[in-house]
Design a protein around this ligand. Structure first.
Ligand code: MF3
Ligand code: CO
Length: 251
């Protein structure tokens, strides 16, 4: 598969998918409270997605059983919501969600604090979000993909954090995952040259400790190799000739 340039119509549909996803994340952020189950977060997210006439793209994706990936503390991504899993004061919770509107996708993730959290957890969440913004300084026509990757990785590593390498960002559009793959770390070569009309999901996954991760026996949940906390921040963006347009944040 090659990297596609979206038409004006496709971009319009992705804007709507992104707008709905921004609302979903905003609402979930407000709803998160100690004592909630991760299952309740998933159900609420699914309800909001469907209330806008959209489809949750993760549900049944390669067998994934929920609409929202809910990953707590040392869980990096792809945590499976459960009626038995309660979130508590001091936890950090990463929510990853995808929305389909008229056949077009958006994908975004946020890490939230549950009540009061430690200063080190706050800093991890902030740095992870900022690493996305450092990366997209290079998300414009004429730049090379790996400039984004290097900027994300260098920023996160400057705090001594571990940058996850086993999972990466991706192109997005008519499919949830399209070319190119978008690493969050420095790599060999320049990567593709960016062009206006490309749509990308950029998603740093950053650990306080080691960059290494393990996968649990449920076949999905990705956890840090050393049990340290992990944060995730993701948006779907549109490459233009100037500043990128972030499709999955509230405007
Ligand atoms: N958000 C994930 C990604 O970025 C996709 C999760 S797929 C699921 O690529 F199956 F876990 F839902
Ligand atoms: Co993604």
């Amino acid at each position: 598969m090659s990297v596609t340039i979206k038409s004006a119509r496709e971009i319009e549909l992705m804007r709507e998918a992104g707008r709905v996803l921004a609302i979903v994340h905003d609402e979930l952020g407000k709803a998160i409270k100690p004592g909630m189950t991760t299952y309740a977060i998933d159900k609420l997210g699914e309800e909001i997605i469907r209330s806008y006439g959209c489809i949750p793209s993760f549900l049944n994706y390669e067998g994934y059983p929920a609409s929202i990936c809910v990953s707590v503390n040392d869980e990096v991504v792809h945590g499976i919501p459960s009626k038995k899993r309660y979130i508590k004061e001091g936890d950090i919770v990463s929510l990853d969600a995808g929305v389909i509107y008229k056949g077009y996708h958006s994908d975004a993730a946020r890490t939230h604090a549950v009540g009061e959290i430690s200063d080190e957890a706050k800093k991890l969440i902030e740095v992870t979000k900022q690493s996305f913004y450092e990366g997209i300084k290079f998300a414009k026509e004429g730049c090379y993909l790996h400039q984004i990757s290097a900027a994300i990785g260098d920023y996160a590593e400057s705090f001594g954090y571990g940058v996850v390498e086993d999972l990466v960002g991706h192109g997005i559009g008519h499919n949830l995952h399209e070319d190119p793959q978008i690493p969050n770390f420095r790599c060999r070569g320049k990567g593709i040259k960016l062009q206006a009309g490309m749509t990308l999901a950029i998603e740093p996954m950053i650990n306080i400790g080691t960059y290494e991760v393990d996968f649990l026996d449920d076949g999905w949940t990705c956890v840090t190799g050393d049990g340290s906390l992990s944060a995730h921040y993701e948006n779907t963006i549109l490459i233009t000739k100037g500043e990128p347009e972030i499709l999955s944040i509230l405007k």
